[in-house]
Design a binder for this molecule. Structure first.
Ligand code: CTP
Length: 420
C-alpha cells in the first residue's frame, strides 16, 4: 500500500520513527513528509534512512515530478502523526503552504490524524472545531491518549502508541479498500459491512447526585469495545458512544463521550439518521436522581440522612426504534439484555417479552447473576430476532461473541437491504 506519513512538529515526532518501522516491516511503501517544524525534532536523515526514500517538505524540490499533486493523488492512505494543534488547524482550513498541506488537499484516500498536544490545546474550542470539521469531511481523528505530557503535567494529549496508530491505520485502509471493492463488486465477502456506518454505545451511564457523586453500574465497556473491533474488521465505519468504561475505547472509531443516560440519548438520536446499524450495548441507568445538587451534599449531625428520589430515564433503545419508524428509515437496531430467570419466567421468556417491548430487530441476551457477565472476559449469549428466525447461541471470549453478533447483523443487512 502507498502510504504518506505526515509528521508534525511536536516532541512525539520521535515515536513516529517506530510507526514508520511498523509500516515498512509490514511491506508498505511509505513516503515521509515532515513539516518544517518536525525536522527540528527529528531530522530528515532519520526519515530517509528508515523509509529508504528521499524526504522533502518543500513544494519547490523536484518540481519536475509535480510532487505537490502526485503524492496525495497516488496515496492509498495518509497518516499524520503527531497531528499538532497547528497542523489540525491548517488541515481544517485547507492551507497549502508546504508539501504536506498540498498532499492533504489532493488526497482522496482515507486520512488518519493521530493528535498530540497539551490538554489545554486539545480541549480549546478552536481545536475542537477543527477536529469536528475534519471528521465531518470524512477524516479519522483519533483521540489522544491520556497520561504524562512533555512537562510535569498529565491529561489527554499524548500521542497514541505507535502500535495503536498502526492498528487504526490498517483498519481504516481496510475499510476504505473494502468500500472501493464493494463498488466494483469484489471483496463483499471479506468485508461484509463495507460502506456501512455502525453506531455502538458502550459502558455504563453515570447519573449525578451532586458534583462529586453519582449512581452508576458495573459495566466495563469490554463488550462494546469488542463489538467496535469486530465491526471495524468487517469494514464498517464506527461511531462509538462511550459512557463510563474500565477499558480504553478502540482506535479507529469516531468517539463521542457521554456521561448520563440523557447525554447518551442525545448522542444516539443525533447519530441515528446517518447510521445503518445501531447497537445499544451500553448499560443505561433506568432511573436518575430527581434532583441534582449544585453543591456537594453535606452530612449534618442534626438531620437524618437524605432520601434520594429517583425518576425514570427515557428508554433510548425504544426511542431509537420509534424515531426510525416515524422517519421511514431502515436502520437495523440491536439491543442487549442482561436477564435472570425468576418466578415470572425463565431467561428466554423474559428476553422474548423485552424484544417485543423494545421493538428492535435483534436482541443479544446475556444471563446474569453475581459474578457473571459484568467485567468478565468469557461470556455466552443467545441472539433473538424479532421475526422469530433462528435463535442463535454464541459463547467464548467477548471478541468471539462480538464476531458472531456482527456476522448476524451482516446477514440481516444483506437479506433486507443489500449494500450499494
Ligand atoms: N436501554 C436503553 N435505555 C434505557 C435502558 C436500557 O436504551 N433507559 C437499552 C440497553 O442499552 C439495552 C437494552 O435497552 O440494549 C436492554 O436494557 P435492560 O436494562 O435490560 O432493559 P430494561 O428496559 O431496563 O428492562 P428491565 O429493567 O425490565 O430488565
Amino acid at each position: 500500500m502507498r502510504i504518506i506519513l505526515g509528521v508534525g512538529g511536536g516532541i512525539a515526532a520521535y515515536k513516529v520513527a517506530s510507526l514508520l518501522r511498523l509500516f515498512t516491516e509490514a511491506g508498505h511503501d511509505v513516503t515521509v513528509i515532515p513539516t518544517e517544524a518536525a525536522t527540528r525534532f527529528v531530522g530528515t536523515a532519520t526519515w530517509e534512512a528508515l523509509s529508504g526514500k528521499p524526504v522533502s517538505n518543500s513544494v519547490f524540490d523536484d518540481v519536475e515530478k509535480v510532487n505537490h499533486v502526485r503524492l496525495g493523488h497516488d496515496a492509498e492512505l495518509v497518516v499524520v502523526a503527531p497531528a499538532t494543534a497547528d497542523l489540525l488547524a491548517k488541515a481544517a482550513s485547507g492551507l497549502a503552504a508546504d508539501l504536506l498541506g498540498n498532499t492533504l488537499l489532493m488526497a482522496h484516500c482515507p486520512v488518519l490524524f493521530a493528535p498530540a498536544m497539551h490538554s489545554e490545546m486539545w480541549q480549546h474550542p478552536a481545536t475542537r472545531a477543527n477536529v469536528e470539521t475534519l471528521r465531518s469531511r470524512g477524516a479519522t481523528v483519533l483521540e489522544p491518549a491520556v497520561g504524562r505530557l512533555t512537562g510535569a503535567d498529565s491529561g489527554p494529549g499524548r500521542l497514541p502508541e505507535p502500535e495503536a496508530i498502526f492498528e487504526a491505520a490498517v483498519a481504516l485502509a481496510g475499510a476504505g479498500n473494502a468500500v472501493s471493492g464493494a463498488a466494483s463488486g469484489a471483496g463483499d465477502d471479506a468485508k461484509p459491512l463495507a460502506g456501512r456506518t455502525v453506531t455502538i454505545s458502550a459502558g455504563g451511564t453515570r447519573e449525578a447526585l451532586d458534583p462529586v457523586r453519582f449512581l452508576g453500574n458495573r459495566s466495563s465497556g469490554k463488550q462494546g469495545v469488542a463489538l467496535a473491533r469486530a465491526a471495524l474488521d468487517a469494514g464498517a465505519r464506527v461511531t462509538f458512544l462511550a459512557a463510563h468504561m474500565d477499558v480504553e475505547p478502540p482506535a479507529g472509531v469516531e468517539l463521542v463521550r457521554v456521561e448520563s443516560a440523557l447525554e447518551l440519548r442525545e448522542a444516539a438520536l443525533a447519530a441515528a439518521p446517518t447510521s445503518d446499524v445501531i447497537i445499544m450495548a451500553a448499560a443505561v441507568a433506568d432511573f436518575r436522581p430527581a434532583e441534582v445538587s449544585d453543591t456537594k451534599i453535606k452530612k449534618k449531625d442534626d438531620e437524618d440522612a437524605p432520601l434520594v428520589r429517583l425518576v425514570r430515564n427515557p428508554d433510548i433503545l425504544h426511542e431509537l426504534v420509534q424515531a426510525r419508524n416515524a422517519s421511514g428509515g431502515n436502520q437495523l437496531i440491536v439491543g442487549f439484555a442482561a436477564e435472570t430467570g425468576d418466578a415470572d419466567g425463565d431467561v428466554l421468556e423474559h428476553a422474548q417479552a423485552k424484544l417485543a417491548r423494545k421493538g428492535c430487530e435483534l436482541l443479544v441476551v446475556n444471563q446474569v447473576g453475581v459474578g457473571r457477565v459484568f467485567g468478565q472476559d468469557e461470556t455466552s449469549v443467545v441472539i433473538l430476532a424479532a421475526d422469530g428466525t433462528g435463535p442463535q447461541s454464541a459463547s467464548g471470549s467477548k471478541a468471539d461473541v462480538a464476531a458472531a453478533v456482527v456476522d448476524r447483523i451482516a446477514a440481516e443487512l444483506a437479506r433486507v437491504a443489500p449494500a450499494g
